[in-house]
Design a protein around this ligand. Structure first.
Ligand code: 7PJ
Length: 300
């Protein structure tokens, strides 16, 4: 089991590890391992292309690779546990051998157990460990745990999402789930919360939650935000899913500014560049501080 440098963190920008590493939110890269219907290469092709893709994303600056073998997009069909294991485990094992920090995106306790035993550093559960046996599957490990809010199930969640007070309800859910994990002996420091953008939410719900990120961060756990290429960005820009890079980078940057500690993204290179610019130009950084001192007659 490897520990993720800087995961989880009590405060958004107190990144652990070497002082040289500029403190910034962690970038979690999305790698989906789903069958390629245009390929007759079978599992070997899927496995090797997923490994290659993940290694490229790490070179692009990803801190974490989030592996998923079952789509949780609205309307997606569930995948049997053996099939999900066949998809993710060879890729996970290869990445762990390469020293990559791997997160497993799953809601199945069997997959959690196998992944953690094979060296996954994080378990990312869009179901917030509500499946029977999920908490037990991770309790005795040291893995970081991402608890996400979802209303309904992937099959039905976008049919008619309803909240009386979306921020209050999502907060209460996340607090209750964190408490359930802590009651099972899981250290608070392992837990990260995620409001679950697009999971049983209209554009208005997503907007309200996004604007409430500072309030959610005040719950006292680091926040993970995943908005990359999602429908809400399509609704805001009118762009198709593969044309939402700029929208995704803008949203990731805003999430970082609003207190997100981990950003789950497809476009790692672009997001890392945007974060570098922000880290170096935002108020209180670098030369501007000197400038302020000079203006006050304190500097040279
Ligand atoms: C999320 C996720 C998210 C976390 C997916 C997609 C849908 N895990 N898995 N947060 N989204 N923690 O990427 O469009 O927002 S799958």
């Amino acid at each position: 089991m490897q520990q993720v440098k800087g995961w989880p963190r009590a405060t958004p920008f107190a990144l652990g590890g070497a002082a040289a590493s500029a403190s910034r939110p962690l970038v979690m890269a999305i790698v989906n391992i789903t069958p390629n219907s245009f390929s007759d290469g079978g599992r070997f092709f899927e496995t090797s292309s997923a490994i290659e893709h993940a290694m490229r994303l790490r070179e692009d600056g990803a801190d974490i690779i989030d592996l998923g073998g079952e789509s949780t997009r609205p309307g997606a069909e569930p995948v049997p546990v053996d099939e999900e294991l066949d998809r993710v485990m060879p890729v996970l094992a290869a990445l762990v051998r390469e020293g990559v920090c791997v997160s497993i995106d799953t809601l199945k306790p069997e997959v959690m157990r196998a992944a953690v035993a094979a060296g996954a550093a994080i378990v990312n559960d869009v179901n917030a460990f509500r499946a029977p046996g999920a908490i037990e599957a991770v309790a005795d490990s040291a893995a970081g745990l991402c608890l996400m809010h979802m209303q309904g199930t992937p099959a039905t969640m976008q049919k008619a999402p309803h909240y009386d007070d979306v921020v209050a309800e999502v907060s209460a859910f996340l607090r209750e789930r964190a408490a359930a994990l802590e009651a099972a002996g899981i250290a608070r420091s392992r837990i990260v919360l995620d409001p679950g953008f697009g999971f049983g939410k209209t554009l208005e719900h997503n907007r309200t939650l996004f604007q409430a990120l500072p309030r959610l961060a005040a719950l006292g756990y680091p926040l993970l935000v995943g908005v990359s290429r999602k429908r809400m960005l399509g609704e805001l820009t009118g762009r198709a899913v593969d044309d939402r890079v700029a929208a995704s980078v803008a949203a990731a940057l805003l999430a970082a500014q609003n207190g997100a500690s981990v950003l789950r993204v497809h476009d790692v290179r672009e997001t890392v560049d945007a974060l570098k610019v922000w880290m170096n130009l935002r108020p209180g950084t670098g030369a501007s501080r000197q400038g302020a001192r000079r203006a006050q007659g304190k500097g040279r």
